[in-house]
Design a protein around this ligand. Structure first.
Ligand SMILES: *Cc1c(COP(=O)(O)O)cnc(C)c1O
Length: 362
């Protein structure tokens, strides 16, 4: 059956690789010849064990990490992690540094505040509406961790080089750029990822936590909110979101076997971002909102000369099969999210529409 699909530039939930959707479709009726749907099998079955263990193994291979890291699949989104991080790692007498680079960092900070934890904001780009990634920090050498948001989905900025925090581990919210490029994992005590941007569907949050971090956790936390529970039970203390985890497994398989790993993924992502930003830089009709040295490879935010033209642009783009270009409701303007699953071809289609629209409306 021929399926009519748009070029999807949604920010999240977002585009998934087409071969993954096709494989899902087949397994919705009969999962790997077990005569049941993937939606119907028990999370205590061998079939599901194979899914989750394969997803863990692929994550470790793709990131180049060993058994000193635990890969978890949790619920509650990245937003629950904002609360669990201070709860688990900031027991009495500890302190942390947070860097504030946008809406999501601000929310992470708020959860530490609510729990009356000790922390400092070591740098912030709020003074210019989060249009850049700070370059100057004052880190506390006694901090237990430094928290960053690696990619700012709403403001369209991304850390190119991670800050040097000495021996203090980084904790990163990588919801919107996880596995867009290789990273040096040795700097990270933990990363966490709401899957629905760059690695899967909504409903699962990946947490990758280093073994030594678990020693910081105080006793007495509610069972579901203690990372050790999920480490000990291989993310199956309670019923996990099986279908979402299965989808993540297929995306990881696609990254490894079809794309050829994170180095190859980065080349494709850089090419897409360079093409799209070059289109702004050649025009004075479209204006990028992020500073040049802080531009995101994943979320490209831009403005047109007026709000009226922005609305017309978004509407006409949709009529031409280009969807999801509206900026976040808190900032307005336009945003093209070009995550891993977005093809170079789709970015080229967007650029040619932008040129046509400019010529018609200049
Ligand atoms: C979308 C997003 C979140 C929120 O994720 P939920 O899974 O909805 O809680 C957090 N951080 C970043 C960077 C995001 O892009």
């Amino acid at each position: 059956m021929e399926v009519n699909r748009i070029c999807n530039f949604n920010a999240g939930p977002a585009a998934l690789p087409e071969p993954v959707l096709q494989e899902l479709q087949e397994n919705v009726l009969n999962f790997q010849n077990c005569c049941m749907s993937i939606l119907e099998i028990s999370h205590r079955s061998n079939d599901f064990d194979n899914v989750i263990n394969d997803a863990v193994a692929r994550t470790k291979r793709l990131l180049g990490i060993g058994d000193n890291y635990h890969v978890l699949f949790l619920q509650g989104g990245a937003s629950l992690q904002f609360a669990m991080i201070p709860m688990n790692f900031l027991a009495e007498g500890r302190t942390a540094d947070y860097i504030n680079t946008g809406t999501w960092s601000t929310k992470a900070i708020k959860e530490a505040q609510i729990q009356k934890k000790n922390f400092n904001v070591a740098a912030s780009s709020e003074d210019r509406n989060f249009a850049y990634i700070p370059k100057e920090f004052s880190f506390n050498p006694d901090a237990t961790f430094v928290h960053i948001t690696s990619n700012n989905t709403i403001k369209g900025t991304q850390w190119d080089q991670f800050p040097d925090t000495g021996d203090v581990p980084l904790i990163a919210d990588m919801s919107s750029d996880f596995m867009c490029r290789p990273i040096d994992m040795s700097k990270f005590g933990m990363i966490y990822v709401g899957a629905q941007k760059n690695i899967g569907p909504a409903g699962v949050c990946m947490v990758i936590v280093r073994d030594d971090m678990l020693k910081l956790i105080p006793d007495g936390l509610p069972t579901m909110l203690d990372y050790r529970t999920h480490v000990e039970k291989n993310s199956m203390y309670n019923t996990p979101p099986c279908f979402a985890i299965y989808t993540v497994q297929l995306v990881l398989k696609w990254l490894e076997e079809t794309v050829g790993g994170l180095g190859e993924m980065e080349k494709i992502n850089r090419k897409k971002a360079e093409l799209l930003y070059a289109a702004f830089d050649e025009s004075d009709f479209y204006k990028g909102t992020a500073d040049l040295d802080s531009r995101s490879m994943m979320n490209v935010t831009f403005r047109l000369p007026s709000e009226e033209l922005e609305k017309k642009f978004i509407d006409q783009a949709a009529q031409n099969g280009l969807g999801g270009l509206k900026g976040h409701r808190s900032v307005g303007g336009c945003r093209a999210s070009i995550y891993n699953a977005t093809t170079v071809e789709n970015v080229e289609k967007l650029i040619s529409f932008m040129k046509e629209f400019e010529n018609r409306n200049k």
